[in-house]
Design a protein around this ligand. Sequence first.
Ligand SMILES: C[S@@+](CC[C@H](N)C(=O)[O-])C[C@H]1O[C@@H](n2cnc3c(N)ncnc32)[C@H](O)[C@@H]1O
Length: 208
Amino acid sequence: MTGKPSGMLSKLADFGHGDTTSAHYDAWAEQYDADLLGEFGYSGHVIAAAAMAEACQDRRAALIDVGCGTGLVGVELAKHGFQTIDGIDIAPEMLAKSRERGIYRGLFEGDLNATTSIADAVYDAAVCAGSFAPGHLAPLALREIIRMVRPGGVIVVFMNGAPFVADDYAGFIKRLADEGLWRVGRIEAMNYMSALDRPGRLIVTERR
Ligand SMILES: C[S@@+](CC[C@H](N)C(=O)[O-])C[C@H]1O[C@@H](n2cnc3c(N)ncnc32)[C@H](O)[C@@H]1O
């Protein structure tokens, strides 16, 4: 784990809150899987899907994959037996890659930092891997994800540990719990790129 981020991955560190990454991801869509899986040993999608499979036993559940990108999370969810999976992302070329997989029921273009076209409480569960960071989903997008999920539904987020700490996600997650929006099951630290020292946070909650 001595490697350093390079290429399109290293450029993500330059993004700040308020920047938009959609053009970056559109340009990266073709090479994204090869870079993240082949070069950096990314496993955030595997971690998030496994956590969902454990927390949500009903394989008929309707799931939304938030910031679905090229569909890596959808592939893992399907391996766990989930069959009703929608995805939403801001970058059309990433969505096109998800579409090619033939796994997702519906794929929607949308900015999670605003109110999306998704109706209230239509999903049994939501999963989001690798999409909360500066220039990506801001902490407030947690409210938008919560809005989409029915009471009792599972919400799994896996994210980079650096913005988790810098932007006090722990404080915001607690505030949402204090507001009665969700119950926090667990928050766990784990590395998610075998080629880099890249600690992440797994957050598992239940919508109230
Ligand atoms: C690092 S990728 C993660 C993709 C996928 N979940 C995975 O695990 O491979 C981050 C994704 O978040 C999307 N994204 C960034 N900002 C967004 C926003 N404001 N609303 C929706 N999607 C966003 C990007 O387009 C990109 O596909």
